[in-house]
Write a protein that binds this ligand. Structure first.
Ligand code: LRH
Ligand code: MN
Length: 406
């Protein structure tokens, strides 16, 4: 049963030459990985607020991720972070995920919370610390093998706080040395995502500060290494969708960490602060899926879409569901772009025609379409409302207060 609004939407889009059946198919196939740490207590340097019902261990984080998947139908995997999700038996964790209808997604090493890494991990001047950091990276590859994950997602906090504090070129060499060893330990089907960030926790230089450094390193390492774009990791005014188009054309875009921000790495709900940017990122990806180069098309079709947020004040599971719905909304709008019209306007240097042909898609209300897609997938047409009515919010309260941080 589809509503009148949907029929009207379908008619308008069909008259625009948009194949709604194809659009719905694409929306149903867009898999969005949620982060285990998004279900735990997290905060800022000022306070980590503890809430009731927070998962107490990795197994309960997977339970919450499974609830998000049951309600949205598009979150079949959960990323884990080591040691935040360290368990005795990783096979058992993968089995639990499987039992809950999920699989373990990207394995994220953590080289930013051990005391020894205060002045760097793989870039530390002390070879013993670099060796320890490399050992952790290799341990995470072993974890990935035990949970049948093909993705290692690496972010390094390494950097300095003052000019002169370190030899930046020397650190660049140590970084490559360790990552080359990590790369050589990967199984053939594995991918190494290299995540960059322009500052924080380092406040003078960061060893992997921008897309160019990550891109160069991924090229140096090899075909299995790609760049991960965290939408909160750029200086104000950075054209993120341009970076995305560049990395796509170089077949070096591996994945995203979706979140949004107003100022710095605020890790707010994706699509809240700057929904047009998210829409334009999807515009570049869908445009690349039509590229003459098969390698570029393949790269655009193999992107790992992951959410990376820490919900400081928001109720965790509703915040995650809202995030997934926001990603679907901007993806659905981008699927309504009339790419033939855009291309024609571009070839005619019709500046306003081209701009309009892209923006007009952003202005469509796609909520009737998403309701019908969810109906056809057999998931609730309003996942947030369904969550509130599910009884799960009450059920998890028995966990008490003081669950896992991250
Ligand atoms: C760093 C980062 C990284 C994660 C962490 C939780 O800011 O984006 O991806 O390891 O957040
Ligand atoms: Mn991230």
């Amino acid at each position: 049963m589809s509503d009148k609004a949907y029929y009207l939407f379908e008619e308008i889009q069909t008259n625009r030459g948009i194949r709604i059946d194809k659009v719905k198919e694409k929306i149903k196939k867009l898999a969005i990985e949620t982060p285990s740490w998004g279900y735990g207590d997290s905060g800022t340097r000022f306070k980590v607020f503890q809430k009731a019902g927070i998962p107490r261990n990795a197994f309960e984080k997977i339970d919450d991720a499974a609830m998000v998947h049951r309600l949205t139908g598009v979150c079949p995997s959960v990323a884990i972070h080591i040691p935040w999700d360290k368990v005795e038996d990783y096979g058992q964790l993968a089995e639990h995920a499987h039992h809950q209808g999920l699989r373990i997604g990207a394995v994220n090493p953590n080289l930013f919370q051990d005391n020894d890494y205060m002045l760097g991990s793989v870039c530390n001047v002390d070879p013993i610390v670099r060796k320890k950091a490399l050992a952790h990276l290799l341990e995470c590859v072993q974890v990935a093998k035990e949970v049948q994950s093909d993705n290692i997602s690496l972010w390094l906090a390494d950097g300095t706080n003052y000019p002169g504090q370190a030899n930046l070129r020397q650190r660049k060499h140590w970084l490559y040395e360790s990552l080359a060893e990590l790369y050589s330990s990967l199984l053939p089907q594995m991918r190494l995502f290299i995540e960059y960030k322009f500052f924080e926790p380092a406040f003078y230089h960061t060893d992997l500060a921008d897309w160019g450094m990550a891109f160069h390193l991924a090229n140096q390492l090899g075909q299995q290494a790609q760049v991960l774009v965290d939408t909160g990791h750029h200086a104000q005014g950075t054209n993120v969708e341009h970076i995305v188009s560049y990395l796509l054309d170089e077949q070096k875009l591996g994945g995203f960490h979706f979140n949004s921000r107003k100022y710095a790495d605020d890790d707010l709900i994706v699509g809240t602060m700057n929904p047009y940017e998210l829409f334009l990122i999807f515009y570049q990806i869908l445009d690349a899926e039509k590229d003459v180069d098969a390698g570029v098309r393949k790269t655009a079709e193999n992107i790992a879409y992951m959410i990376d947020q820490s919900h400081v004040i928001e109720p965790k599971i509703p915040a995650m569901i809202r995030s997934v719905m926001n990603v679907q909304t901007q993806y659905a709008k981008a699927l309504c772009i009339d790419f033939v019209k855009v291309r024609q306007a571009q070839l005619e240097n019709d500046v306003l025609g081209a701009e309009n042909a892209v923006r007009e898609a952003f202005e469509f209300d796609v909520s009737p379409l998403l309701r019908v897609v969810r109906e056809e997938m057999g998931v609730p047409v309003d996942p947030l409302q369904a969550y509130e009515a599910s009884g799960y919010p009450k059920q998890i309260l028995e966990r008490g207060v003081g669950g896992a941080s991250w």
